[in-house]
Design a protein around this ligand. Structure first.
Ligand code: 2BA
Ligand code: 2BA
Length: 109
């Protein structure tokens, strides 16, 4: 068994959830926050048999797309405000960041 952790954009989360359930995957969705943009994203936890991992990755790939997102400028902390450039920076946020972990034990009490 494997545990798939997939960090996706909020805009894709409802579609991905429906697609995973349609393909008979068991899923738990968590609200998460990206460290860099400090804005919300969604983390999916999917526990599945080894032979279904490829299918799960395909469903994730098909339902998540990358987008440009604007990063708000960070004001200087007591620094020199003269060199501070107050415009937002564009960052490409990926469709999904996915980790596949081995599951040592699975219990369902
Ligand atoms: P839910 O996905 O909302 O599922 C609630 C209950 O609905 C499940 O209880 C199960 O009895 C039933 N169920 C879910 N998917 C089904 C399906 N495809 N066919 C028939 N019945 C289905 P539990 O199995 O006790 O799961 C409770 C919660 O634990 C789940 O909520 C989900 O959030 C999480 N979960 C369970 N197995 C998981 C897994 N393999 N990976 C990730 N999360 C899992
Ligand atoms: P954030 O940390 O908010 O990052 C959003 C996007 O900002 C990233 O997209 C990347 O394009 C850019 N970025 C992040 N850190 C950067 C840095 N130090 N320098 C320059 N640009 C940077 P993605 O790579 O597609 O990541 C999307 C989200 O997936 C991340 O949101 C984070 O929540 C998660 N993530 C990505 N890699 C991870 C990892 N190795 N471990 C845990 N979570 C990760």
């Amino acid at each position: 068994m494997k545990l798939i952790l997939a960090v996706v954009q909020d805009q894709d989360s409802a579609r991905l959830m429906n697609a995973m359930v349609d393909h008979n995957f068991r899923v738990t969705k968590l609200a998460s926050t990206g460290g860099f943009l400090k804005s919300g994203n969604t983390t999916f936890m999917i526990g599945t048999e080894d032979i279904r991992v490829e299918k799960a990755l395909q469903v994730i790939r098909d339902n998540c797309k990358s987008r440009e997102q604007l990063m708000a400028p960070v004001s200087p902390m007591g620094g020199n405000a003269d060199s501070y450039i107050p415009y937002p920076v564009e960052v490409e946020v990926g469709g999904a960041t996915v980790f596949v972990l081995p599951v040592e034990q699975f219990h369902h009490f």
